[in-house]
Unconditional design. Structure first.
Length: 138
């Protein structure tokens, strides 16, 4: 699988009676079997306040190197895809449970994760041979 882009952003209200401003969207675009796909993960923005509970990060940006900054929103969809490769077949994932959200961050090898994101930001792609390489062995 070739990871092409990892990006996240805060949704903004389009109309006064909608609730978009309570959500973040994280996207990972990848190529598999010659097909370009994007997994869109929509989650409650409130979960960002608890990243220290299920990741080693305290707040954003989670990494920076030179002029490259990676935010928590940038990694959510990638982490979901790594922890559940079955999501490659899906276009969207909606998470409104803190327990479910936290479960995607369990067993991720956070020492190896920057390699993916920094390579994507610098070179425009990263070859992910096996998601298991980014899962901690327990």
């Amino acid at each position: 699988m070739l990871i092409k882009e990892c990006v996240g952003y805060e949704l903004e209200k389009e109309k006064s009676n909608t609730s978009e401003d309570f959500f973040n969207r994280s996207e990972v675009t990848f190529v598999e079997d010659g097909e370009v796909r994007t997994l869109h993960v929509l989650y409650l923005r409130f979960f960002d306040e608890f990243i220290h509970e299920f990741t080693p990060y305290q707040k954003g940006p989670v990494w920076s190197q030179g002029d490259i900054e990676v935010t928590f929103k940038d990694i959510v969809a990638l982490v979901c895809l790594i922890n559940n490769p079955g999501l490659r077949q899906r276009k969207r994932l909606y998470i409104n449970s803190k327990v479910e959200f936290a479960s995607y961050f369990q067993n991720i090898d956070y020492n190896k994760l920057p390699e993916i994101l920094l390579t994507v930001k610098e070179k425009g792609q990263f070859e992910l041979r096996s998601p298991l390489e980014y899962i901690q062995k327990t």
